[in-house]
Each structure stands twice: as structure tokens, then as C-alpha cells.
Ligand binder design. Structure first.
Ligand code: ASP
Length: 326
């Protein structure tokens, strides 16, 4: 690159080799590694706000986005992240409805691997899919959401948004609310927030709490007002109807009445509370537009912005690891 983009030095100083060949789970990282990734992501935030955003850390590398489930934010932010770091990016969206899952996943992985990608970003409806795929390919695999298991880059971007808004993560009281049972976002966030020293509470109807919740070392509330009382962050989750097998929630109107976040319920949280939602939102179901669109409390747009920076940090460090292996 002829003229280095402003901020490049900072990025280069902070870039380190990712600790594992793949990023499949929050448990692939320890507290120090998360802090280092967040610091690196901070420099990408600054860079992404400049006119000249393009770096060549991934020049010559090929990134494949393989999304078996629909996505707006995650897929486009991985695409942007890859392009801003100079990679060639290919997007593939196989229709999950027409494929026999396990066999096709492996066939697809082997086929794609033959095209020599360096990084494969995968989203699939089955828990464990990214891990399975990582055993069949020679490139680095990033889990962009596997069933209701994990969504580690979401947890990273959420931690970045929280740290920027609240100045810290340790000691924060965070309520994760709604459809916990079907949420990979909840699972990854619980693991990361606990690792970083936050106090996590889960709030929602008993039918939408996972059966293993008592093993997670979190307080569980079924009353929204009590559950979010005094919380610094309220993270709302989408009611994931596509993962529900039978009726697990009342009508959407009833759901909003008991567990939807509106001004009245939010008044029970801490005075400077911040509201988060990974998207896509069901307005009027789990969150009122009045709260979601109030930029004095809502971090929802910040989360989208942080998604690009956090994914750039993951891709840059995975590529640094590949460079070391040369
Ligand atoms: N976008 C997030 C996910 O892929 C949350 C959601 O879909 O509700 O898990």
C-alpha cells in the first residue's frame, strides 16, 4: 500500500497472533486475550471512522463467508471486515432447506477447502457445526453462530460496546432477557461476561429458560421488573420462533406485557442503564421502539458499528497466526 492509512501504526502495534487456529467458542480465549482483542478492535473503530479505511493485513488472503442461515449484520460485517483488511472475500449462502445437513456440511467444507481459502466464516443451524467443519479443513474457521450453541464474535462486539459505554465490564450488573433457551448470543455472552467479571442475571419466562441453567452460576428471574432492578445493562433477546418446537410463549401481545422492555419497566434499572439487542429486533414484542430508538440509552446502533471492528480484530489476529505458521 503506497500511503499508510492513519492509525495503521497503532493497529500494527496491537496485532498479535490469535491463540488458537480457529475461533469456535468464547472458551477459546482467556481474559487477557479478550482484553487484547478489545484493545485491537478499539483501534479499528478509530480507523473505520476515517475516510481511508483500507489496510493490507490480509492482502493475498481469501475469506469465505459460508452462511447456511440468514444473516444481515453478521455476514455483511465479516464481509466488510475482510475487505477493509485487504482480503478477497467470497459470500456463499447455500439454502439450508434443500440440503441434508451433516453430510452436506462436510461435503461443502471439503469442496471449499480445495479452493484454498485462508479463513472460513460459517453459520449453521446445528450446534457444533463450526467445530465439525474445522476438523475437515486446513484453513481457519470462525464460528458465526452454530444453532443455539455459540456466537463468539457477537459476545466480543457486545463486550466492546459495553466497555466503551460504561468504561469497564468488571462489576457491571447485566440482565440478559427473553428467549434464553434458544439463544447462542446468551450462551456466548454469559461465558464472556463472567470471564470479564460482570454479574449476569437471566430474565424471562420459565418455558424459555434452558434446562441446564442452574449450572451456569447466574441468578434467574421470571419477573422483568425485579430481574432488571439496579442493572447497568439490559440486553434484550429476540423471541426465536424459528427454533421453537411447539408453543413456548404466550401471544406476542401478552409476551410484550410481561417481558417486553418499555420505559416503565426500564425505570427499575440503574439510572444510567444501557440497552442492547443483537438484532434483528421484533419491535413491540421484546422491545418497544421508544426505548430501542432512544440514543441516550440504546447501544443497538453502536453494536452494529462495533461488529465490524471486533470482526476485524478476530480476522487480523487469525491471519497473524497464519503468517507465523509460514
Ligand atoms: N443475530 C443473532 C443470532 O444470529 C440473534 C438473533 O438472531 O436473534 O443469533
Amino acid at each position: 500500500m503506497s500511503t499508510p492509512a492513519p492509525g495503521l501504526n497503532e493497529v500494527l502495534q496491537r496485532t498479535f497472533a490469535f491463540p488458537k487456529p480457529h475461533f469456535l467458542s468464547v472458551t477459546d480465549l482467556n481474559e487477557v486475550e479478550v482484553a487484547n482483542l478489545l484493545d485491537l478492535a478499539e483501534s479499528f473503530v478509530a480507523l473505520n471512522r476515517q475516510t481511508s479505511k483500507k489496510l493490507d493485513l490480509l492482502a493475498g488472503r481469501t475469506l469465505m463467508n459460508l452462511f447456511f442461515e440468514n444473516s444481515t449484520r453478521t455476514q455483511s460485517s465479516f464481509e466488510l471486515a475482510g475487505k477493509r483488511l485487504g482480503a478477497d472475500v467470497v459470500n456463499m449462502s447455500p439454502r439450508s432447506s434443500s440440503i441434508a445437513k451433516g453430510e452436506t456440511l462436510i461435503d461443502t467444507a471439503v469442496t471449499l477447502n480445495a479452493m484454498q481459502p485462508d479463513l472460513l466464516v460459517v453459520r449453521h443451524a446445528s450446534s457444533g457445526a463450526a467445530s465439525l467443519l474445522s476438523q475437515k479443513v486446513t484453513c481457519s474457521v470462525v464460528n458465526a453462530g452454530d444453532g443455539q450453541h455459540e456466537h463468539p464474535t457477537q459476545a466480543l462486539l457486545d463486550a466492546l460496546s459495553m466497555r466503551r459505554a460504561c468504561g469497564r465490564i468488571a462489576g457491571l450488573k447485566v440482565a440478559i432477557c427473553g428467549d434464553i433457551a434458544h439463544s447462542r448470543v446468551a450462551r456466548s455472552n454469559i461465558a464472556m461476561l463472567q470471564m470479564l467479571g460482570a454479574e449476569v442475571r437471566l430474565v424471562g419466562p420459565p418455558t424459555l429458560m434452558p434446562s441446564q441453567v442452574d449450572r451456569w452460576n447466574v441468578a434467574v428471574h421470571h419477573d422483568m421488573r425485579k430481574g432488571i432492578a439496579g442493572c447497568d445493562v439490559v440486553m434484550m433477546l429476540r423471541l426465536q420462533l424459528e427454533r421453537m418446537d411447539g408453543v413456548m410463549a404466550p401471544s406476542q401481545r401478552e409476551y410484550f406485557r410481561f417481558w417486553g422492555l418499555d420505559r416503565e419497566k426500564l425505570a427499575h434499572a440503574a439510572p444510567n442503564v444501557k440497552v442492547m439487542h443483537p438484532g434483528p429486533m421484533n419491535r413491540g414484542v421484546e422491545i418497544d421502539s421508544d426505548v430501542a430508538d432512544d440514543l441516550t440509552v440504546s447501544l443497538i446502533q453502536d453494536q452494529v458499528e462495533m461488529g465490524v471492528a471486533a470482526r476485524m480484530a478476530v480476522l487480523a489476529t487469525l491471519a497473524a497466526r497464519l503468517d507465523n505458521e509460514r
